[in-house]
Design a protein around this ligand. Sequence first.
Ligand code: FE2
Length: 357
Amino acid sequence: MNLKAIDHLEFYVEDARKAAHFYSSTFGFRVLGESGPETGVVGRRSFLLQLGTMRMVVTEALTAHDSAAEYVARHGEGVKDIALLTQNVEEAFEEAVRGGARPVSEPTVLMGEVSRLFRATVAAPMGDSLHTFVQSEGRESVFMPPLFREAQGFTTPDVAPFVGLDHLAICLAPGTLAKTSRFYQEVFGFTETHEENVRSEYSGMNSKVVQNANGRIVFPMMEPAPDCKRRSQIEEFLEFHGGAGVQHLALLSGDIAASIRALRTRNVNFLDIPGTYYDVLEERVGKLEVEKSLLREFGILADRDASGLLLQIFTRSMHSRRTLFFEVVQRLNARGFGGGNIRALYEAKERDQARSA
Ligand code: FE2
């Protein structure tokens, strides 16, 4: 299956205009378009947002029995659809269904003025999530008129230097990690590139990373380890979200310190990193390409792989159920996801849990 990139993510939210304002004023997403009854879309209102190469749609239901309303009631706001760009929607849909994916909507074509857009949707192998396959011919996309019109009333603050989406991390139910990874490999043609099992004194998790051939679709996936003394953050996500789903979105930055500075001024809080983390940092990752004082000042984590150094930081969840959160990463050639920091994140999150308990 020739899947080329994440075309967009669709969030189901309580109030789409409010969500668009939040993502715009906090992360610097530009609000490009809106759709709803005014543009001929019945029962839903959506806004299209863009940050660098990343596109996101926030959608609210306008009636209580719409599936978007049901999703929000059950899971809280979250990522419903990870839409994937392909060269042939029909083939992708057929292969996915043959591989065991539940069909959700058959291939359809939308006609624009100078282009055609094909789409079809299958259930993703986690929770209530979907994968819509998207294929665009011509200059327009599904987000152009008549379905979307220009959005009014949004001003985007100075954009923090974000490049786009780096990866999308997914929490899975215990015992489903291997099976889900196999699905992405066998049906979507992804490769498993990383594997990591972490145990702390009280809890633990298993993780695998799957990605497509060009590395533009990357899903780190995690499941709770069995027989832990304490409930892990993965189990908490599964309980409050109501099953498997997207746990965090990692935004790629060209200058992580500048991004953190910008987000801090917009009241985004990050996980505290213990000072002792930095005392032993160079023992773990070797000589740093950046000033350690800068990392310490901003609470940035560092990890090294064979290719280079990864800088990363995690926000506290801004979600009312404390499920979804964000990560900011800067890659100094590194290709990993901070496996060496999983334990540090784990410890930081567990302190976070303890404080709010
Ligand atoms: Fe991540």
